[in-house]
Write a protein that binds this ligand. Structure first.
Ligand code: GTP
Ligand code: SPV
Ligand code: MN
Length: 587
């Protein structure tokens, strides 16, 4: 029975049901009984495997279709009226043309299945940031993931009332046909259509589709920002907590930085970090002239490989109960394993495809983009402000990517506009989080290349315009934890040690620490980064990490020029000017 009398919701659910023709429409209320019944059903149907209740209470294991293990950017579309508004970085098709294609694929696709209506809120229900959505899906896996990742439940029906102001999402796993896989956004109608995938960012529509692609359009129209950013609170020895946001491309360290544990030397002095978000931030100007951020999500859809008691104990601890593991190694005792968890791979386990796995075979047991879906509340360092409907005030915005060469450990932009430039030229070596060649360098402005729902140059202009709405803007920085030597070894130890860089960033925010000015921005002098207790980084290495070489930047600048050329006349003049400065530096 429908759980709402909202005519707009009822009409739209009927329209989708008429198209997909499910045997039944199930209106979900998000109650624990309802979810427990769905988990039981998923286990009966083989969608989930119940894990060891003693060791991993409330946890389940899932294998995706092997053809469906990451986001599919090549099949992701922004269907606004005019192609020009989607810009050169998005796939586009005319809305009517796309609708005709989708209609054929969705036609009767839920026959023999149920259609679940998921009411959900991105950010705390009733908060000034909150936006509501409904996802209609035939996948119980999607329902159970959305129950972790969003605020899902019947209070969304109440909060929405009779309003038409909600985001529509229609998802079907359909036949899992990769040739007919589409992730489509109609920003002018606030609607999302996803079909033939059941994986993460393709299918959990509250996440990348709504909270980034659609929300970026809403942010442009309403004067705020929807970003692919973590939110971290850093508590200093005086007890003051400073909040920063950081945008790194997929699988480039957001979850890790968001859950940072200070090195021993810092811990002893009284430093502590608090997680507000690990993937998405919505940022709005506050009445005090600062930028305030919330994490619109309620859980972590984190990369499993590399997560260990050493690299990220907080993430590992977050997955010890009520978590869904996807595409990791399944052990005989009903627990899980993945590459980089520890040095003891199980010898009698099944790999992510369900085959008996021999760790000596050289074949990976977990898919490189295997993930855990864990409730944020599980995280030992979840911020007390996590549910604050007003969000937290942001002092610094940090951009960064995976760069083996050229880009220094950290630098500070000279102004807001120069910071927008810094974000716009971000590059990163590709990871397994999306299809394509791992390791290949691509420009990923603000880590939003796959997630900006409109023309990237208009998005940069929107960023530039935001300065006028905030009298006390965050300072903007760029970091690179991924510099390597000729042998491919990381020059910087990363993870907890990144706090040493964050301390410099906080110092710059309150003008208490030095820097040298370069054409790229302000760089720390080696003595500005505290290396106490970190013997593994020799002075020479640090000097190399915090220096810039115009000769090395010459190639970089040429590549940025090519990157910018894609945007033609729409490229904001302020960014053109910043590039010109770099050009005259490298000669
Ligand atoms: P999405 O969820 O895909 O948006 O990614 P994310 O940015 O949250 O990525 P995550 O934190 O899960 O990082 C994934 C990979 O980056 C793992 O392989 C980590 O081991 C590696 N990583 C994270 N932080 C560091 C670091 O400081 N140094 C190095 N060398 N590797 C890191
Ligand atoms: C990413 O790829 O940036 C992710 C995972 O955070 S997904 O939700 O699949 O997009
Ligand atoms: Mn992400």
């Amino acid at each position: 029975m429908a759980l709402t009398s909202n005519k707009h919701v009822l009409d739209w659910v009927k329209e989708c049901a008429d198209l997909c023709r499910p045997d039944e429409v199930v209106w979900l209320d998000g109650s624990e009984e309802e979810l427990a019944a769905l988990r039981r059903q998923a286990v009966e149907e083989g969608i989930l495997i119940k894990l060891n209740e003693e060791k991993l209470p409330g946890c389940y294991y899932h294998r995706s279709n092997p053809n469906d293990v990451a986001r599919v950017e090549s099949r992701t579309f922004i269907c606004c009226e005019k192609q020009e508004d989607a810009g050169p970085t998005n796939n586009w098709m005319a809305p009517d043309e796309m609708k005709a294609i989708l209609r054929d694929i969705y036609d009767g696709c839920m026959t023999g299945r149920k259609m679940y209506v998921i009411p959900y809120s991105m950010s705390v229900v009733g908060s000034p940031f909150a936006k509501y959505g409904f996802e209609l899906t035939d996948s119980i896996y999607v329902v159970l993931n959305m129950a972790i990742m969003t605020r899902m439940g019947k209070d969304v029906y109440d909060a929405l009332g009779d309003s038409p102001d909600f985001i529509k999402g229609l998802h079907s796993a359909a036949q899992m046909d990769p040739e007919k896989r589409y992730i489509v956004h109609f920003p002018q109608e606030n609607s999302i259509f996803s079909v033939n995938s059941a994986y993460g960012g393709n299918a959990l529509l509250g996440k990348k589709c709504f909270a980034l692609r659609i929300a970026s359009c809403l942010g442009r129209d309403e004067g705020w920002l929807a970003e692919h950013m973590l939110i971290l609170g850093i508590q200093d020895p005086q007890g003051k907590i400073t909040y920063v946001c950081a945008a790194f491309p997929s699988a480039c360290g957001k979850t890790n930085l968001a859950m940072l544990i200070p090195p021993e030397y810092y811990r002893k002095k009284g430093w502590k970090c608090w997680t507000v978000g690990d993937d998405i931030a919505w940022l709005r100007p506050g009445p005090d002239g600062r930028l305030w951020a919330v994490n619109p999500e309620n859980g972590f859809f984190g990369v499993a490989p590399g997560t260990s008691a050493k690299s990220n104990p907080n993430a590992l601890e977050s997955t010890r109960k009520n978590t869904i593991f996807t595409n990791v190694v399944l052990k005989k005792d009903g627990t899980v394993w993945w590459e980089g968890m520890d040095k003891n791979p199980p010898t009698d386990a099944e790999d992510w495809k369900g085959n008996p796995w021999d760790p000596a075979s050289g074949v990976k047991g977990a898919h490189p983009n295997s993930r855990f879906t864990a409730p944020a509340k599980n995280c030992p360092c979840v911020s007390p402000e996590f549910d604050n409907p007003q969000g937290v005030p942001i002092s610094a915005i940090i951009f960064g990517g995976r760069r083996a060469r050229t880009v220094p450990l950290v630098y500070q932009s000279k102004s807001w506009a120069h910071g927008v430039f810094t974000g716009s030229i971000m590059g990163s070596e590709k990871t397994a989080a999306a299809e394509g060649q791992v390791g290949e360098l691509r420009r990923d402005p603000m880590a939003m290349l796959p997630f900006c729902g409109y023309h990237m140059a208009d998005y940069w202009q929107h960023w530039l315009d935001m300065e006028g709405k905030i009298s006390d803007p965050p300072k903007i920085f760029n970091v690179n934890w991924f510099r390597t030597d000729e042998k491919g070894n990381f020059l910087w130890p990363g993870f907890g040690e990144n706090l040493r860089v964050l301390e410099w960033i906080l110092g710059r925010c309150k003008d208490s620490v030095g820097a040298v000015e370069t054409p790229l921005g302000y760089l720390p002098r080696p003595e500005d980064i505290d290396l106490t207790g970190l013997d593994e980084v020799p002075a020479d290495t640090l000097r190399e990490l915090v220096s810039v070489d115009p000769a090395a930047w010459k190639g970089e600048v040429a590549d940025i020029r090519t990157h910018y050329a894609k945007f033609g006349d729409k490229l904001p003049q302020a960014l053109r000017d910043c590039l010109k400065d770099l050009e005259s530096w490298v000669g």
